[in-house]
Design a protein around this ligand. Sequence first.
Ligand code: IDC
Length: 327
Amino acid sequence: MKKILYALVLSCLFMVMGIVSNGNCDQAKAATPVQKWGRLSVKGSSIVNQKGRKVQLKGVSTHGIAWFPQYVNKSCFKSFRKMGVNTIRIAFYSDPGSGYSVDLYKTIDEGVQYATELGMYVILDWHILNDGNPKTHQKQALKFFTRFAKKYKKQKNILYEICNEPNGNVTWEKDIRPYANKVIKRIRKYDKKNIIVVGTPTWSQDVDVVAEKPLKQKNIAYSLHFYAATHKDWNRDKVKKAFKKGLPMLVTEFSICDASGNGGIDKGSAGQWMKLLKKYKIGHVAWNISNKNETSALIKASCKKTGGFTKGNLSKSGRWIAKWWKK
Ligand code: IDC
């Protein structure tokens, strides 16, 4: 009898302990970025959460996924989330010379799945670069966005970036606007709500030009790219002008070295950029998740891991930028 009573008391105790620890566990599990903010939208010159409050996205971009697909994994994304990152950008180069291949759609799907499981936002980046005019591969772009908008239209965590960096003999009126109108129309056929980010002239620097005559559609933001050692006051002035005109901007790519993605770090200019972005609550996404021997690579060249990163695994630029993920 005594034994039975003893067993009963013990099992009750375990039950209570189980409930308590489960409860604690749920409490300890912090909400993910997407649980906190929900679907994003554009309101005036800002990106806002589902409650209409201004938010600042903080992200990291993959390198071209044709070259560094190994970093598209959950452990990699999770380790950046731990450091304060809420957004992953998946860079898909649109030019055959830079690894364009529809076979990589699978890698994109995997990336979206990992980011989604982790409650992170994900930017699908149609990465035009050597193909400076977005019209060059417009047909392929339409196919790309048809596929992904159809597939992800119900998800809250998707952003579409329709042309990374228009450059060369390309203008807003003649090239980018007509391209954007076509691609936006196509995406909106399926996905009515998620934000679409449009590239701006001269490698996504001329936000002031776009601010004079932005697009008419809703939920559109514009790309602003900078490499702090190259793009300085003259470029920040463009941003100030555009902001005053009410242009919603998102830094879908930046680094603190020069525009080659390499060279020295300019902490002075970088600090000015980050302060400006914080003041305006403009989100930023750092280039690039790789251990390539170039300054903009966020992982140290000597680090051979592809996930589970800690601050110690970050390169010099990675460590400098990581401070801003917590601010
Ligand atoms: C660079 C990569 C580099 C790669 C090169 C080739 O850092 O390793 O060899 O592309 O395409 C951009 C582009 C981005 C560039 C980056 C640095 O969007 O693709 O990546 N950059 O040059 N715009 C300004 C700088």
